[in-house]
Design a binder for this molecule. Sequence first.
Ligand code: COA
Length: 223
Amino acid sequence: MFRNMKIDIETVLDNDPAARSKFEVVFTYSGLHAIWAHRVAHWFYKRKWFTLARFISQVSRFFTGIEIHPGAVIGHRLFIDHGMGVVIGETCEIGDNVVIYQGVTLGGTGKEKGKRHPTIGNNVVIGSGSKVLGSFTVGDNVNIGSNAVVLREVPSNSTVVGNPGRVVKRNGERVGDRLDHTNLPDPVVEMLRDMQRQIDELKAELRREREQTRQERQEVRSL
Ligand SMILES: CC(C)(COP(=O)(O)OP(=O)(O)OC[C@H]1O[C@@H](n2cnc3c(N)ncnc32)[C@H](O)[C@@H]1OP(=O)(O)O)[C@@H](O)C(=O)NCCC(=O)NCCS
């Protein structure tokens, strides 16, 4: 147990450049407190002391703002940064070396029964505010962008962003036909350009008409 606690402290120091000392980490990192409380709650949950397990989880939620259901299975070296608003569901499974930021939900869609929460692979970063909803797998080495809403399986070695979440990078290569948002056509400018073109055409036609009238008048005078 103490070896695991030591690893948890080292995980914080490795992941957070702002963490200065073990002392500071132990006493001020609510993500760490939530993980430790979860270990105790999970121990009771596995022995079917469900209410006591839930009670520990809720006390931990009260102090840390992080709700981890006692049934959730979490791997080694999980780092919950800031943590406030994190919710991890009962049937969620989390691999090793995962980083979770504040406001993340690993939840269900409300439509499933039994296993209804996601399975997260190893070396996954789940950005702040993102929601991963449903009983699918998020592969290894996945980055989930802040505020993404992920509703289906994510292959390993990829980056998912947006709502609904879509894979924008796989094995380091950009994928999909995302629009080039910085070079989108501006409809107002396009319309003004079109009006300018029509005005130029009308001016040229008027000039031609005037020239023609002037020549006709000269011909009449010379007669
Ligand atoms: C997704 C993330 C992990 C970067 O992963 P990455 O694999 O390095 O991806 P890239 O930075 O190369 O971005 C790939 C594309 O996704 C876009 N993108 C990145 N993050 C995004 C997000 N959160 N929402 C929407 N689009 C995003 C990028 O603009 C880029 O688009 P482009 O290909 O059109 O230029 C990172 O952007 C992120 O969101 N991290 C979460 C950090 C966080 O929550 N911090 C809180 C600290 S308190």
